[in-house]
Design a protein around this ligand. Sequence first.
Ligand SMILES: Cc1cc2nc3c(=O)[nH]c(=O)nc-3n(C[C@H](O)[C@H](O)[C@H](O)COP(=O)(O)OP(=O)(O)OC[C@H]3O[C@@H](n4cnc5c(N)ncnc54)[C@H](O)[C@@H]3O)c2cc1C
Length: 442
Amino acid sequence: MIDVMVIGAGSAGLVTAKQLAASGKSVALVENDTIGGTCVSYGCVPKKLWHRVSALGGQMDAANDYGWSVSESSFDWEAMQQAIRGYVQKLNARHYQKCMDAGVTVIRGQASFVSPTTICINDTHYTAGHIVVCVGSTAKKEPIPGVDYCDTSYDFFSWSKQPKSVAIWGGGYIAVELASILQACGSRVHIICRQSQVLGGFDADLRAFIMDRYREKGIHIHTNSTIDRVDRIDEDTHRVVMGSQSIRVNRVIQAIGRRPNTDALLCESAGIMRDANGAIIVNDQYATSQPTVSALGDCIGGLQLTPVAIAQARDWFHRVWCKGNFPVDFSMVPTAVFSHPEIGTVGLTEDAAREQYADVSTKTLTFTPLTAVLSAQPEPVFIKVIMSGSDLRVRGLHIVADSASEIIQSLAVAIQKGITKADLDKTMALHPSIMEELVTIY
Ligand SMILES: Cc1cc2nc3c(=O)[nH]c(=O)nc-3n(C[C@H](O)[C@H](O)[C@H](O)COP(=O)(O)OP(=O)(O)OC[C@H]3O[C@@H](n4cnc5c(N)ncnc54)[C@H](O)[C@@H]3O)c2cc1C
């Protein structure tokens, strides 16, 4: 009998399988797609490469304002798509090899539960002492008329041709990231968003600022709108109907949220409870309603991010198998939105801080950084600090700037340690830089 069976070779499953194998357990890892999961194959990795590819277009335009003469440029979408897919395939192979080196048995196929200790893969039953479900999540699709003409973020990463125009339904981070990539590569982009602002859950001032920036760059944002229907005009043209309004585009993407990949698991056969969105219900030790089954990562709901899935896998292994502690602070998760411009954020929004603390103060700065002053279209910076209490402890930091993700990752350490405004004041400024403004706020 196998000691532990791990279902899903993504961010959570790979870490889980390798650390169990390193501790001497016999481990089988089941995967019905690529080794690496969403992050490597259809998420963070190809998305970040596309972010870089698309940023270069704007940088070439800006170079003309700085004495360079950048002649007419052209862009080969298909070549980039192939290059990125090629890199992803190398990563898939590398992850597979690491499993082999660690002594993990990889089984290809779709797993479903037969009982709390037995799963079925390709008509064969496997029994294990413990089963860990790490099946991730997948893009939801609203079943509107014409749903079959709609793609998701998953399909985007295999488009061989750049569409001239795209409608993206959704206002979350995946929607605005894809919108920015496409717009910067030269497509005409519409965002259709149910709310009055994009990026629900982010700080309200940041949301207002970033909407202006997206619109300034030419993205059409239709707020308080929803798609009723998508009609096919010909293979390459679709009509998107939103109430009394309609637009013609080449492609339509639904980016309206994600659903845990748990339907095919047949959880009911094993008495494993799920919530209304299909997320597996777990306790604070990641145990499901069956003591022999644990679940980690996107499939348990909550914050759906790669570092969170990996940290949960480490947390579970240390606490459940080693009876130790894995000291990570799940309440302070830095996140980025890789749009143009880039967003970095950590800690509470102003609204969330006001719900938790009586004495909240904020400082918001918007300015043109020195490096952008000669540009015909200077990209402004946004910095907002949320503080509370008489010691002005920093509760949240929200930035829109070049490399905002890198800035926030570094500052997350200090903010997690509980720095105050006095600590910012005490820190010497580095001049000239964007972030010197943070330590010279008066
Ligand atoms: C477009 C996009 C961009 C993203 N960008 C970022 C980002 O910038 N930063 C960030 O932190 N996160 C990002 N994410 C989120 C991140 O990818 C996920 O949070 C992370 O991959 C979750 O890891 P996981 O192990 O829970 O699931 P996954 O990585 O999805 O792995 C689950 C695996 O299980 C397999 N599987 C499912 N069902 C079965 C079954 N029945 N039998 C066998 N195998 C099965 C799947 O094929 C998959 O390989 C992005 C996601 C998307 C879609």
